[in-house]
Write a protein of this length. Structure first.
Length: 244
């Protein structure tokens, strides 16, 4: 009887572990395979169709910062109040602003995302997870909300159901994501594809703290000062468009 119980417990533990791994990493593995079977787009097929035109369109911006090809490392800064997404290229002299994309839509208000359905664009320091060539919004780029900080604060607040599926994408409608229109997402998609192996940081801020240091006053969020202090520190590596 004890041996049977051990086998059952082992099986349950194994299934739970595999389920966790599939939820966390499975989409990146099985989604391209499913798309290929459906003859859907892949990252490579999108690249083959768009790269030449995108490189031509970005040429003047690259030339302006002394680059002749797509940067191997990029970073993004989303500014909610200003409704713009800044893209930076890493050079031998640090980060230089490459291009700025205005949001084509907006939802929610100032303040971090707390739960599923609150329509909030997250605020924090994130990373790009993967590229989606078959988005309902043309093309999209996955942001890793909720990150470990979001999860820790949710545990502190005793919050559950944090939501997810936060993307930078085309089109203009949104419920908590960052839309930049179809033409601009083509450019960002190709930039991100070229740089994703190096890791792509994404800082999402309530407003540009480099220009206006004052932090928003948020009710019922005890950790907002800590969050905004972290964002302010992260922004210091990037020259502000307003201060250029």
């Amino acid at each position: 009887m004890k041996r049977n119980n051990f086998i059952i417990l082992y099986a349950i533990t194994t299934i739970a572990l595999l389920s966790t791994l599939i939820i966390k990493y499975g989409r990146q593995i099985y989604k391209p395979l499913v798309n290929k079977m459906k003859n859907a787009e892949t990252v490579e097929s999108v690249k083959s169709k768009l790269a030449e035109d995108v490189i031509y369109r970005l040429g003047p911006y690259l030339h302006e910062i002394g680059m002749e090809k797509l940067p191997d490392e990029i970073a993004m800064i989303g500014l909610k109040e200003e409704q713009k997404l800044e893209v930076y290229a890493k050079t031998v002299r640090g980060y230089k602003r490459l291009i700025t994309y205005p949001f084509t839509g907006m939802s929610g208000t100032i303040g971090p995302k707390l739960k599923e359905g609150d329509r909030q664009i997250p605020e924090g320091i994130y990373q790009i997870e993967y590229l989606n060539p078959n988005s309902s919004y043309y093309l999209s780029i996955k942001v890793n909300y909720p990150n470990e900080y979001d999860k820790r604060m949710a545990l502190l607040d005793q919050r559950t159901d944090l939501g997810g599926d936060i993307f930078i994408h085309g089109k203009s409608n949104t419920v908590g994501c960052i839309p930049i229109g179809d033409e601009k997402i083509e450019e960002l998609f190709i930039l991100a594809e070229n740089a994703i192996n190096q890791g792509i940081p994404v800082i999402i801020s309530p407003h540009d703290f480099r220009v206006t240091p004052k932090t928003p006053t948020l009710r019922n969020i005890a950790w907002s000062e800590e969050l905004y202090s972290d964002i302010k520190s992260a922004l210091k590596a990037f020259p502000s468009e307003e201060l250029d």
